[in-house]
Design a protein. Structure first.
Length: 517
């Protein structure tokens, strides 16, 4: 993508992807997105703000993957309106609807302007992320009294009926509503409705300084705490010009791969169980539990919270710890290889997995499917390989990709990524440099802007941070890969039978929490 004609600001992400920023007008907003898409780029995130030094007031931002790296464009919107880009990047649709619910920023020309997050939980003319949002309007203090009459898309025809599932589920999971239109057991359409939690995370960041925000960042989506904490630390370091010591970066990579392995182990067990092989769930659950216990023993937390911090890391490992993790890698590799053989040769599992919930590569590319689900549908993209931050440039990550795009492909990608993460873990343990674990992070100047971009186990996690006066956070937007991927679940289930939905849904295993802030 050519970038002439823009006033560009280049800002560094220490040891990571080249990044640039441009303030644009309404015509350039659409044209930049159109050119990025034409050149094979895609939308990484879209978010709003109402008080920004960058946009000099209300603004909407978009992070785009372009050939030089990552480009963030800012469009000031004094009148609260900006051009729709969901026709260029379909994934933008829900992000634009969220910006409308939270800031009152309207995407003109959008074909879907239904509320996405509000659920009538606050008055229609109140916008929770504006600076003037008052306490009595808070969704925490009570609902607005308005009826929540969401206009689901209706499907007509002989024999068509609807099945409503959720938002409260039988299991202990986050809330989400799924509206199936079916004939018999065959699914004609699925429509999702998410965003029930109203956690207030983005608002809470505005009451914190950079170090306080690190703890909250690790709790945005609990199964991705390392990815979020690293992306947040990267954004804070980008905004302040801080560079963490090499040992801390290698330790972060070690933690990220442990997080990836643990989540893949859990998913492989549940996928076996959803297809009728309870043995798989039992075996993989034991492997994951052993790994989580070692996490607690070595790092003080089963899910590795509060270890990655701006400026470095909060705890170190000893030679004995390294020996324990090497032994764990050997045992895991042997056990997972044995279980992979069982999964591959089990006719019942393969009958359920193969051709179920398929997302063709062409559709995956068009709708912006990313992460492990994208790689299972032919989308060869992994930040660790394409734009490796330190130390991944020294590790030569072997990306796992397949083209079938079905449950079987997503299972296979998980197995292959477990083996690759075990290889990377051994390399990290062998090569981890000695030295300091952390360095002080200087105060951020008001208006300083930074971003973080990390390949988590589910897909890429993005964080944009703008500093305010007194070293506090003015605006922080964390973005989960589930924003891009949830709409693909609606397509993956089409033509399948209703009982296959839990299996298809688990094969993506997207975050409710990460896209409901």
């Amino acid at each position: 993508m050519k970038i002439e004609g823009y006033n560009l600001d280049f800002f560094g992400i220490p040891g990571a992807v080249p990044a640039l920023h441009a303030t644009v007008d309404a015509a350039q907003w659409r044209e930049t997105c159109r050119r990025a898409a034409f050149d094979g780029g895609r939308l990484v995130a879209l978010w709003g703000c109402d008080d920004s030094d960058i946009g000099k007031g209300p603004a909407v931002h978009a992070a785009l993957l372009v050939r030089p790296g990552l480009m963030v464009i800012t469009l000031p919107v004094a009148d609260g309106r900006y051009p729709d880009v969901s026709d260029i990047f379909p994934a933008a649709g829900r992000m634009q609807r969220a910006a409308c619910d939270l800031f009152g920023l309207v995407a003109e020309g959008a074909t879907d302007a239904r509320p996405w997050l509000r659920h009538a939980a606050w008055p229609e003319d109140a916008f929770p992320l504006r600076k003037d949002f008052s306490g009595h309007q808070s969704p925490v203090s009570g609902r607005s009294g308005e009826a929540d009459d969401y206009p689901f898309v209706q499907v007509g025809g002989d024999g068509v009926h609807e099945i409503a599932v959720g938002p409260v589920h039988a299991g202990t999971i986050e809330p989400g509503h799924f509206r199936f239109s079916v004939v018999g057991e065959r699914v004609l359409r699925l429509e999702e409705r998410l965003g029930y939690k109203h956690k207030g995370i983005e608002k809470r960041f505005e009451q914190m300084d950079l170090l306080q925000g690190a703890r909250l960042a690790g709790r945005i989506s609990g199964d991705s705490t390392v990815a979020y904490a690293w992306a947040y630390a990267m954004a804070a370091e980008s905004a302040t010009g801080a560079t963490p010591p090499p040992r801390a970066l290698w330790l972060r990579a070690l933690l990220l791969e442990r997080e990836r392995i643990a989540n893949h182990l859990g998913d492989l067990g549940f996928l076996g169980n959803d297809a009728g092989l309870a043995f798989g769930l039992a075996q993989f659950s034991c492997l994951k539990e052993d790994m989580l216990r070692l996490n607690h023993a070595l790092f003080g937390h089963r899910y590795l919270m509060d270890v990655v911090m701006p400026g470095g890391a909060a705890c170190d490992i000893s030679a004995d710890d390294i020996g324990r993790m090497r032994s764990e890698c050997d045992a895991l590799e042997q056990s997972v290889a044995l279980l992979k053989g069982i999964y591959d040769e089990h006719p019942g599992l393969q009958d359920r997995f193969i051709a179920c919930g398929r997302v063709a590569p062409e559709l995956a590319a068009k709708l912006g499917l990313i992460g492990l689900a994208g790689r299972a549908s032919g989308q060869a993209w992994d930040l660790r390989a394409e734009y490796p931050c330190a130390p991944y440039g020294e590790l030569e990550v072997r990306m796992a990709t397949h083209r079938n795009g079905d449950v079987a492909a997503r299972v296979t990608v998980r197995f292959e990524e477990v083996f690759e993460s075990l290889r990377l873990t051994r390399l990290i343990l062998d090569r981890m440099p000695l030295g300091e674990l952390s360095l002080p992070v200087p105060p951020a100047a008001a208006g300083a802007f930074g971003i973080g971009w990390v390949e988590g186990w589910r897909g890429e996690v993005f964080v944009a941070l703008e500093a305010g006066p007194g070293g506090r956070i003015r605006r922080l937007h964390p973005h989960d890969p589930s924003w891009q991927n949830w709409p693909l679940v609606e397509h993956a289930v089409l033509g399948n039978i209703v009982p296959d939905f839990p299996l298809i849904n688990k094969s993506f295993n997207l975050s409710y929490s990460g896209q409901d802030l």
